[in-house]
Ligand binder design. Structure first.
Ligand code: ZN
Length: 346
C-alpha cells in the first residue's frame, strides 16, 4: 500500500520501527532459533557503523542481549556440528568482535571443528582450482542436501532447483570473509573466492533476464562491496570496481519498479559506500520508495511471506539502505586486493 506524503515517516523513525520489528521476531523462539545469528549481526553492525549516535546506542544493548542468549543456548561448538551451525558460531563471533568483544576458547573449538570439512563441504565447490559451481542444488524440501549435478533428490525423488553460480559465489564470499576476520579458515581463503571476479563478468543486463538470476548477481556484487569494506566500515573508490559500480547504479530504478525492497536496500548501502550522497537522484529515489513502502508492523516486503528469515532479511536490508554511515575513510579491507582490482579494471 502506498502512503500519502503526510504519512511518510522520516528515515530515523522508519529505521527504529524496522529494528523494533526485527527485535520482536528475535524475541520469539522460532525467530531466534532459525535466524538468531544473523539478527545478532544486524544489531551489532548497526551499532558499529551508523553515523547517528542514538542509533548506535540503541542497538548495542540488544545485540549483546541476543548474543548472551545465543551463548546460553550454544555454550560449546558440538564436535558433530554441521557446516551451517559452524557458520552460525562464526557469525555471532564476528558480531561480537564488531562490538569489541572476543572469546578465545570458542575460537579454538571452531578451528578444530571446521577442519573436519573440505572446501566442497563448506562452500559447495573448491575455489582453489574452479570457479563458483553452477550445478549445486538447493537443499530439497525434504531436508536433504544433494550432491552437485543431481537434478532429482536422492531421498524423495523430487525435482531439485539449481543454485545460480552468483548465489554460490555470494555465499562463499560472505562466509570465508567473516570467518577470516575471526581467524578461522572456512574451507578456503577469501582471496581464493574473490579471484574469480573476472569470470563472473559480464553481469546480467536487460529486461528479459530471469529476475532471480539478476537478483543473485546483484547480491553477489553487494557482497563484493561488504567483504571489501568490512560491512559498511570503509568507503570504496568507484575506480577500483568500475563495472560493479555501473551495474549497481543500473539496477536501482528496476528494483523500485519491481517492488523489491530487499535488493533495493543492498543497492543503496553499496552505492553509498561508493560515495553516492543523500542528494544523488538514485539515493533520493530509493529512499523515497523505502519510506513509502514500510509495512504497518515496521517490516518491509510481503507481510504474508511465511518465511521469517526472508521477512527479517528484507527488513534488515531496507534499514541498511536508509541509514547513514560513519565511514572510516576510503580503503580496502584487504590491501593486497588493490593490485588485483587494478588488473581487472583494464
Ligand atoms: Zn528430497
Amino acid at each position: 500500500m502506498t502512503k500519502k506524503p503526510d504519512q511518510i515517516a522520516s528515515s530515523e523513525t522508519s529505521i527504529k520501527r524496522g529494528l523494533d520489528f526485527i527485535y520482536r521476531v528475535a524475541s520469539t523462539t522460532d525467530g531466534f532459533d532459525s535466524y538468531g545469528s544473523l539478527l545478532i549481526c544486524c544489531f551489532a553492525l548497526v551499532g558499529a557503523t551508523s553515523r547517528d549516535a542514538n542509533l548506535r546506542q540503541l542497538t548495542r544493548s540488544p545485540a549483546q542481549k541476543l548474543a548472551r542468549r545465543w551463548g546460553h543456548a550454544h555454550p560449546l561448538v558440538p564436535p558433530d556440528a554441521s557446516p551451517d551451525l559452524v557458520l552460525d558460531f562464526v557469525l555471532v563471533r564476528y558480531a561480537l568482535s564488531r562490538l569489541g568483544l572476543r572469546d578465545v576458547a570458542l575460537k579454538a573449538q571452531m578451528r578444530t571443528v571446521v577442519k573436519r570439512f573440505s572446501a566442497q563441504d563448506l562452500l559447495g565447490f573448491n575455489p582453489v582450482n574452479e570457479p563458483p559451481a553452477n550445478d549445486l542444488p538447493y537443499a530439497c524440501d525434504c531436508g536433504l542436501k544433494n550432491q552437485r549435478g543431481r537434478t532429482f533428490c536422492r531421498q524423495c525423488r523430487r525435482r531439485l532447483e539449481i543454485q545460480s553460480r552468483y548465489r554460490v559465489w555470494m555465499r562463499a564470499l560472505a562466509s570465508t570473509y567473516v570467518s577470516g576476520r575471526c581467524g578461522i579458515l572456512f574451507g578456503a581463503r577469501y582471496l581464493d573466492i574473490l579471484k574469480w571476479l573476472p569470470t563472473m563478468r559480464p553481469y546480467p543486463a536487460g529486461a528479459d533476464e530471469n529476475v532471480e538470476f539478476l537478483r543473485d548477481a546483484i547480491y553477489a556484487i553487494t557482497h563484493i562491496v561488504y567483504t571489501l569494506n568490512d560491512y559498511s566500515t570503509y568507503r570504496l573508490s568507484p575506480r577500483w570496481l568500475p563495472c560493479e559500480f555501473a551495474f549497481l547504479k543500473a539496477n536501482v530504478a528496476s528494483a523500485c519498479e519491481r517492488k523489491d525492497p530487499e535488493v533495493l536496500g543492498e543497492l543503496l548501502d553499496s552505492l553509498k559506500a561508493f560515495g553516492l550522497r543523500a542528494s544523488h537522484p538514485l539515493i533520493i529515489r530509493g529512499t523515497k520508495y523505502l519510506l513509502e513502502e514500510q509495512n504497518e508492523d515496521g517490516s518491509w516486503g510481503d507481510p504474508d511471506e511465511e518465511n521469517i528469515r526472508t521477512r527479517c532479511h528484507t527488513t534488515w536490508t531496507a534499514i541498511d539502505g536508509l541509514r547513514s554511515y560513519a565511514w572510516r575513510g576510503e580503503r580496502l579491507n584487504h590491501p593486497e586486493v588493490k593490485s588485483m582490482l587494478k588488473r581487472w579494471a583494464r
